[in-house]
Design a protein around this ligand. Sequence first.
Ligand SMILES: Cc1cc2nc3c(=O)[nH]c(=O)nc-3n(C[C@H](O)[C@H](O)[C@H](O)COP(=O)(O)O)c2cc1C
Length: 416
Amino acid sequence: MRTRTQKTQPSLGDSLTLPCGEALNNRIGKSALSEALGTAEGCVTENLVRLYKNWSNSGAGLIITGNVMIDRRALGEPGNVVLEDDRDLNMFKRWAKTGTAHGSHLWMQLNHPGKQAIRGLNRETVAPSAIGFRPKLAPYFATPRALKAAEIENIIERFGNTAARAKKTGFTGVQLHGAHGYLISQFLSPHHNRREDHWGGSPENRRHFVLAVYDEVRRRVGNDFPIGIKLNSADFQRGGFTEEESLDTIRALAEAGIDLIEISGGTYEEPVMQLGKPKDSTVAREAYFLDFAEKVRAEIETPLMVTGGFRSLDGMQSALNSNALDIIGLGRIFAIEPDAPTKLLRGEETVHKVKPLSTGIKYVDRFGSLEITWYTRQLHRMGRGKAPVPDEHALKSFLFDLRAKGFGIVKNRLRA
Ligand SMILES: Cc1cc2nc3c(=O)[nH]c(=O)nc-3n(C[C@H](O)[C@H](O)[C@H](O)COP(=O)(O)O)c2cc1C
């Protein structure tokens, strides 16, 4: 197992050396925000590159891209970028050059959605097992087909292939998306993974997939290149991935030599990654998953990033002081105040705060996608070279996005 190199109570401005030897300039990490700014063919657009001009100047030590798909046949949402071959490498190079222009690390988040792909977007939906969604989401997501063993091997290779291309085009690291109910997370979950072969059954078997993906990515990028993972502390779902299993998975990934573990939680069915869990101690400490991070830190030396809920300087510094984590993960603030880290690193609070959103219509709010649609709209505005509008009414963004996404799905269907 590789060991953490810095053990004293850090400040936000302190650098962090990762097990692979690379160093991050400070303790602020931008977590992945799916930009949905790719073309219908999954290519990088000028707007996507322009968006990263905002963030490369933000002062964050680490910038993690929104999820990039490893297989063109398996998109999670319209506008996903895909990296699987050489067709778009120059635009990926421009994206990487822009994102790293001011010394931040820029890691590409690699993802396969498995069953969490909007109905109709792909020709076919695949997952570890043919388990449909629970009734609330079943209208929006198809029941998947169970993957064949050879297809699983192919997906593992694809993770490695995309990682190698990320490195080749100038990204300075990769992060596996192992959280939020996508394919890696589905393999880990006893609810979604009912396989009886090498890839399912016991908790150890369900971990085979994530470990095989890690090994393949490491083989393709080498020992000096940062590999991270975003992992759920738990799925918060009946019969799902538990904290105990998450700890065991983290132990195994640490043993394998991973460089950074980002802790999150939840799935589309239980979106605690954005909404948090109603627990007093967590609310008092801002961040949703700090209690779990402490349990991890008690036995694992691999650098930890915790994302979800951080809002104030005090909340961030006390989390660092508690030594439960190494990197403060921030998501939505980057969509409304792209230079937030510069202020935080100067010891100033951000001007805006991430607040609960409501359209004023309960049915629409219950739809569950409001957080995504509202924040995505802010990203798109920045992509067009405009400033975000932090006080925009949630209903307006919901209606605009519904129109845009509906059209994206239709376009994709016609192509298939
Ligand atoms: C619009 C939007 C898109 C997101 N896309 C991703 C993604 O592609 N990958 C991912 O791991 N998390 C994604 N997230 C979750 C964030 O990375 C983060 O975990 C979450 O917003 C909680 O952090 P925060 O409270 O600082 O916003 C997304 C969140 C939002 C609002």
